[in-house]
Write a protein of this length. Structure first.
Lengths: 189, 189
DNA sequence: AAACTATACGGACCGTCAGTCCGTTTGGCG
DNA sequence: CGCCAAACGGACTGACGGTCCGTATAGTTT
């Protein structure tokens, strides 16, 4: 890749990031806006990223890398504990990257599931589920756990305090994976 | 409402339904298409339904009425059993109304949660959850259960056979609400 | 049954936006 | 230095959601 191309790529990603962070809504940010803010022509955007969704995905993947490295499975810690940690991290990520994740998950046409990062998290979580309760439906349960922190649900519940989210995620993971290392989630009956 | 207005309303809803059912993707159906198919002018569409999302919502609500009536809480049956039945019905609805529900849940700008029907199902489900395991986090768990049958997840898993969905929903509801009337979901450990 | 008016109609029109095209520029190599 | 593949940029296109306003008509009043 030529030097100027690389430079422009970074510039576009940075500009897009800034604009999405500042916007109230994904479609307040047009491709023209991004091109202008990045100081490049529109053609450059589309040549590099293919289309709008491609750009959004690239930005998403870039921002997700830190998260990805910080969360690896540990064979010694209880699965449920790790699952809660993972979901809490994803929740925080979605709060910190509100508009970007909304853009990705609500992008008309582009499924939020056709996405390298999603596969990664899903596989990780499915492993934890299988470890905790056996392989039965682990696949689906992992999808379900990820759906529990989908960005538009997070958006819908945007005024919940962290404690309420914490309680919810504990209850959910506690139920699905078992109450290994968790604080009690309420008496049955 | 004037008679011609009512007639046109029906006509538009019917045409939109046909078009969405036939399309592979929600945004293959334009407002012009709908107006033409309904034999009315575009102005009529927008006067009656406000905007695209309004029309989609109206169609969705209309189709959801049957479903709504067929599923009421019964104080005698076990909560988990009813919850499974509800989720299975919603799954079937999303399969039967694939493009329409995709349109509603992925409509850029319009949250799938600002929706009368959603509130209805959520309240119903939250009641069942509370009945089965107490009020702790019942609200969030109900959101989670509904997220487990979101239309783009259903779309992502479109080639799963019914049995696999059945197993998944049983495992999920069994975990969250308890295994009241369900077949066993696997031994712990 | 004629006049009247609020309501509804329709389709030309507008602004916006994703995506394309092509003439121009430039990085990097031999 | 000279060459050219790669990259650039911004005018242009096509499509779409939504608006506007002159025209038509349902329903009511006298």
């Amino acid at each position: 890749m030529r030097a100027d191309a690389l430079r422009n790529r970074e510039s576009v990603l940075a500009a897009a990031g800034r604009l999405f962070d500042a916007a109230a809504d994904p479609d307040q940010v047009s491709m023209d806006d991004i091109a202008t803010a990045a100081g490049v022509g529109k053609g450059t955007l589309f040549r590099r990223f293919g289309d709008r969704i491609g750009l959004i995905r690239a930005l998403y993947e870039q921002r997700g890398l830190r998260l990805r490295d910080s969360l690896a499975v540990s064979p010694t810690r209880p699965a449920a504990e790790q699952a809660v940690e993972l979901l809490r991290a994803m929740l925080r990520f979605k709060l910190d990257n509100r508009v970007l994740t909304l853009a990705l998950e609500s992008a008309g046409g582009g499924s939020p599931y056709r996405n390298e990062a999603y596969d990664h998290w899903h596989a990780l979580l499915a492993g934890l589920v299988a470890e905790a309760r056996g392989p039965q439906a682990a696949d689906y349960l992992a999808h379900t756990l990820l759906a529990a922190v989908r960005s538009d649900l997070v958006e819908h519940l945007r005024d919940w305090p962290e404690s309420r989210w914490h309680a919810g995620l504990n209850a959910l993971v506690g139920s699905v994976l078992g109450h290994d290392g968790q604080s009690p989630a309420g008496p049955p009956g």
